[in-house]
Design a protein around this ligand. Structure first.
Ligand SMILES: Nc1ncnc2c1ncn2[C@@H]1O[C@H](COP(=O)(O)OP(=O)(O)OP(=O)(O)O)[C@@H](O)[C@H]1O
Ligand SMILES: [Mg+2]
Length: 346
């Protein structure tokens, strides 16, 4: 049971493709829930959110459709996003939002005005007051601790479900930032395609993700894993409703190949950096965060392909919200040392 917070007038929200985090000023991170909403057939009011909705998705509950309101880091299902945010905000503060709290959130670098507006409106309709926005790569870097401390240049890479946020930090300044539409969802889609092509099985997105999480590595050679199929999900259509044996031995290769577009993007970013910053990175290298940083073998994989040292952040899935918390607690974190954020030109 979450503690009741009597006065939550300033909060931070990381509305992610896979999960939502909420932080209340003075109370730290108080909520981490899957960004999922469950609906019963023929009803417009959701019946479950977050963890409960994920359980329904995994169990394949008859007559229930589970939707993912955020896709690729942007609001894809507006009404579901509003309902989910309202529910999570009440859960996080332990009460109905009578007073509209000020909210700090982040958007991917280069997000279109339509995407920014949708996120703003979703938060406003869910009961938030003034909405302040920073770019996600900056929040991530503050959350890893790098943004404040980097002496020599380093690259912060947060691989989420729908977006990879990348920032270059040098002498306490962000010198480059971009958000690439790539994440764990793309790896799941690669699994869907490969299982269909290789084994003739039709699996949905949720099943593919379960398989990815069970295999969990880029270099495993393993035996059979049984993954339960489901026929009730809006996250991806699946024609299977019973248990389904998928041979997982090829999954590490699918994941490695699936990561190659990201490797290409990161190579391009590194090549475009000023020579001195690129040379400095030989020392500090890359700090990896986001849920995909938990993939076993991803550190040597990226280090090998990019020829730079790679380290994983301490709490990879919380870097964005921790960075937002840093700003919430001390807005000076944004201006220390004249730190400026230069939006990506891409
Ligand atoms: N242990 C794990 N091993 C491999 N992948 C994982 C693991 N845990 C989570 N993931 C994957 O990480 C991704 C979610 O990461 P994260 O929580 O950082 O995303 P998000 O912040 O919600 O999304 P985004 O920032 O892209 O909007 C999902 O694709 C999920 O399958
Ligand atoms: Mg994220």
């Amino acid at each position: 049971m979450l503690p009741r917070i009597p006065w939550a007038d300033e909060i931070a929200v990381d509305l992610g493709t896979w999960q939502t985090h909420i932080c209340v000023r003075g109370h730290g991170v108080v909520l981490r829930e899957p960004s999922l909403v469950a609906y019963a057939a023929g009803q417009r009011r959701p019946v479950a959110f977050g963890t409960e909705a994920r359980k329904m998705l995994q169990r394949g509950v008859e007559g229930i459709t589970v939707v993912q309101p955020i896709k690729g880091g942007a609001v894809a299902e507006f009404d579901a996003a509003v309902a989910m945010l309202r529910h999570f905000l009440q859960q996080a503060t332990g009460r109905r939002l009578i007073f509209s709290p000020d909210v700090l959130t982040s958007v991917p670098t280069g997000a279109t005005s339509v995407h920014k507006r949708a996120k703003h409106d979703a938060l406003r309709n869910a009961g938030c007051g003034r909405i302040n926005v920073v770019e996600t790569p900056l929040a991530v870097s503050l959350g890893t601790g790098i943004g404040l401390n980097a002496g020599q240049a380093c690259l912060v890479v947060d691989i989420g479900a729908g977006v990879t946020d990348v920032g270059v930090f040098c002498e306490g300044m962000a010198t480059y930032a971009t958000s690439i539409t790539f994440g764990g969802d793309d790896l799941d889609e690669a699994i869907v395609r490969t299982v269909k092509r290789g084994q003739g099985l039709v699996v949905n997105h949720a099943t593919a993700e379960a398989l990815k999480l069970q295999v969990g590595t880029l270099d495993l050679h393993s035996v059979g894993v049984s993954v339960q199929g489901g026929n009730n999900t809006g996250v991806g259509a699946n024609s299977l409703s019973g248990p389904l044996e998928v041979d997982p031995s090829g999954i590490p290769e699918v994941l490695s190949r699936g990561l190659m577009p990201l490797v290409g993007e990161l190579r391009w970013i590194l090549e475009e950096l000023p020579a001195q910053q690129r040379a400095e990175m030989e020392a500090e290298g890359i700090v990896l965060s986001g849920g995909c940083a938990l993939l076993d073998g991803i550190v040597p994989f990226l280090a090998g392909h990019l020829e730079l040292p790679v380290a994983t952040a301490t709490d990879p899935m919380s870097c964005t919200i921790l960075g937002l918390e840093t700003i919430l607690e001390d807005v000076g974190a944004l201006s220390l040392g004249g730190r400026r954020f230069r939006p990506s030109a891409r």
